[in-house]
Design a protein around this ligand. Structure first.
Ligand SMILES: Cc1cc2nc3c(=O)[nH]c(=O)nc-3n(C[C@H](O)[C@H](O)[C@H](O)COP(=O)(O)O)c2cc1C
Length: 183
């Protein structure tokens, strides 16, 4: 797959199963995550890899968070299953620093680029990936349990695995109504 084909055909895979990206693929995916535009070379990101027993640990964290938020039993049961939607989850969080020329917003954008780059790498390698956030990306208890500082944010949970079925190719959106010209 060449670069343009990747850019024009990348898509998300919601239904994922084993195997997770193997160690070579994961190495490539993480390298892609490190190769993003980064104003001031601040590397304002952190990747937490969740797999194996870690998925059950994340499930426990979600369950506790839901209980803290007074969720009902059905909701608690639902959230407990969420981490098992893929064999590997990369939690991408910001690691912000105060910098006179690089505001927090730019550092957040860079961390977002990491998620996109890793999804594209996974897709190019034949794996599936889905960028998710949801309420737990903004939950203080979840952040704390994942050792993410209060001032930082979870930018995404990147679910990674093998597509359960071959995806139908989505049609690309037309750019015409999103473009204006200053000539
Ligand atoms: C910051 C961010 C958070 C997202 N969170 C979710 C989510 O929690 N659940 C979900 O179904 N899709 C979420 N999405 C959207 C999917 O990742 C995906 O982009 C969308 O389903 C469109 O599919 P496509 O990537 O194949 O075009 C999120 C996307 C972004 C950029």
């Amino acid at each position: 797959m060449n670069g343009i084909e990747l850019l024009l055909t990348r898509q998300s895979t919601a239904n994922l199963t084993t195997p997770a990206p193997d160690s070579n693929a994961l190495d490539t995916i993480l390298k892609a995550g490190m190769k993003v535009p980064d104003h001031g070379a601040l590397t304002p990101w952190h990747f937490t890899l969740v797999s194996g027993d870690g998925l059950a640990k994340l499930s426990h964290i979600y369950t506790q968070a839901a209980k803290i938020n007074n969720a009902n039993e059905a909701k608690v049961a639902k959230v407990s299953k969420m981490p098992f939607r893929a064999p590997l989850i990369v939690v991408i969080s910001s690691k912000l620093t105060t910098h006179e020329k690089v505001p927090a917003q730019e550092q957040m954008i860079t961390a977002g680029c990491c998620v996109h780059a890793m999804q594209m790498a996974a897709f190019a390698l034949g794996y599936g990936a889905m960028w998710r956030t949801g309420e737990f990306a903004y939950d203080a208890y979840v952040k704390n349990q994942l050792n993410i500082k209060e001032q930082d944010q979870i930018v995404g949970f990147l679910y990674l695995g093998t597509p359960v079925k071959q995806l139908a190719k989505k049609q690309s959106k037309n750019y015409n109504s999103f473009v204006s010209y200053l000539t």
